[in-house]
Design a protein around this ligand. Structure first.
Ligand code: TRP
Length: 474
């Protein structure tokens, strides 16, 4: 084991950094709109079950695989497979590399959407001081900025540089330090928004819509959508949590950390949804408008509403987009860390060279994503951006990459990770990592083992089968 490996300075540091990875556009953007599309209630309940039955066990699996080997995705999965099948190291390596590739591709377009939050931050700031321009069309504003290639390149370049600058400083001095500052700010802003949203007239209806299950409204595809999303939102399936797990020292409990990360991610997604629905339900006619473009909720419906409907919206507007930007940034740093850690651990490249080199290479693909935005307007895709009229068919890098990562790479990677932890690793080794005497009361090793060997792989295999059969997820 290399002595110089950087570690999280404390358990809280790990929890904050991993929660930062998990909380992102998936929580603030995607979860609210898929909840909307699937009529709330029953969908939310199914989602919570998927998080508990599949997300939590895989979270523990990824962290334990990383902690055990003290290596990032590729090296860790090689060792995991080799514990029962020494000749199978190559397979672990292939799957680890598949994850690194997924991180590379995901980061290349995630940055573009992250850049939009910067645009809306500056815009809403301007309205706070100069007033909301009367008669402006929110849809035109969105499309206008998205089609302005120069602006898009500038925004995503800014976001990439910020990401590289943080990962450059390493695990404890870069990633953990930023998470320690940003996550509390993020929670603070969201609580402020929650208080303000609950005082609005639509709050009661919003809560009922989200938390009162009506199973008659639940469509079959919704279960798979909930399952797929529970994967994406927890940053699972591509070795991000394996990599973060490799920086956990022996003193800290993987189980407690997993519980905290999963709980916080879920809480934030629910709060964000309550906030958005309260705003929408408080405005007459907004319901139908949102129905037309659920995906535009975050960047089209909300900006205007802040200035016309939300109490203290002039202050909360810009704060909200800071929140989105911070959430996205703590996700992009973990994506870059997956790629960089591979170069550092497996290729012996220095951190400085790995982060700047990988960051630059990824940005090249970000420019492809930006250039493909115009081609995306007006069609419909099945990946992370499913059902969006704005993002469309599999034209160009943006949609192709998203389709491939969300539908293929994360589920196949995740399926293999369940096998690695449940079937390839020995009972003694996983037991030693998880049931180390400091695990919380609610944890039961036998239950975990059952979920990781049977429930999680079968559930993930179901997603893959449905993707292969071309089932429409939305
Ligand atoms: N969880 C992030 C979100 O909700 C997105 C994501 C998926 C991710 N996989 C990841 C982030 C891996 C970092 C690393 O937005």
């Amino acid at each position: 084991m290399s002595q110089r490996r950087d570690h999280w300075s404390s358990n809280a540091g790990l929890v904050l950094a991993a929660t930062g990875s998990a909380i992102g556009l998936g929580n603030l953007w995607k979860f609210p709109f898929i909840t909307w599309e699937n009529n709330g209630g029953a969908f939310v309940l199914v989602y919570l079950i998927c998080i508990a039955a599949v997300g939590l066990p895989i979270m523990m699996a990824e962290l334990l695989i990383g902690r055990r080997s003290q290596k990032s995705a590729v090296g860790a999965l090689k060792e995991a497979v080799a514990s029962k099948w020494p000749g199978g190291r190559w397979l672990g390596g292939v799957v680890g590399f598949w994850g690194v590739l997924a991180g590379f591709i995901l980061l290349s377009y995630y940055t573009v959407i992250a850049g939009w939050s910067l645009f809306y931050f500056v815009k809403t700031m301007g309205w706070t001081f100069g007033g909301y321009p009367a008669g402006m069309s929110a849809g035109d504003l969105f499309t206008g900025q998205a089609l302005n290639t120069g602006l898009q390149l500038l925004l995503s370049l800014g976001f990439s540089v910020a990401t590289i600058a943080i990962v450059y400083f390493g695990v404890s001095k870069g990633i953990e330090r930023i998470a320690r500052i940003f996550l509390p700010i993020l929670f603070g802003i969201l609580l402020l928004m929650l208080v303000s949203a609950l005082s609005m007239s639509g709050a009661g209806e919003a809560l009922a819509h989200i938390f009162r299950p009506n199973f008659a409204e639940l469509e079959r595809g919704a279960v798979l959508e909930a399952l797929g999303h529970s994967f994406f939102t927890l940053s699972l399936g591509m070795g991000a949590m394996i990599t973060y797990g490799s920086y956990i020292s022996r003193k800290h409990s993987v189980v407690k950390a997993s519980g905290a990360i999963v709980a916080l991610d879920t809480l934030i997604a629910l709060i964000a949804t309550v906030v958005m629905f309260s705003v929408i339900f408080s405005v007459a006619g907004m319901r139908d408008e949102v129905g037309g473009s659920t995906v535009g909720m975050l960047f089209i419906s909300l900006p205007e509403l802040f200035y016309s409907e939300v109490p203290f919206g002039v202050v909360l507007g810009p704060l909200f987009y800071v929140l989105v930007a911070l959430a996205a940034l703590t996700s992009t740093i973990s994506l870059l860390e997956v790629v960089s850690a591979y170069l550092i651990d497996q290729r012996g490249i220095t951190r400085k060279k790995a982060t700047t080199g990988a960051g630059a290479a990824i940005f090249l693909f970000t420019t492809f994503a930006v250039l493909s935005i115009p081609g995306l307007l007006g069609v419909s895709t099945e990946g992370f951006f499913s059902g969006i009229e704005i993002f469309a068919g599999k034209v160009g890098w943006f949609a192709t990459a998203d389709h491939f990562v969300s539908n293929w790479m994360l589920p196949t990677g995740g399926f293999f990770i369940t096998l690695a932890a449940g079937w390839f690793m020995t009972r003694e080794s996983t037991r030693g990592e998880l049931a180390d005497g400091s695990e919380p009361r609610w944890f039961h090793y036998g239950a975990w083992r059952f979920f990781i060997r049977w429930v999680a792989p079968i559930a993930v295999a179901a997603i893959i089968v449905f993707v292969i059969r071309g089932t429409d997820f939305s």
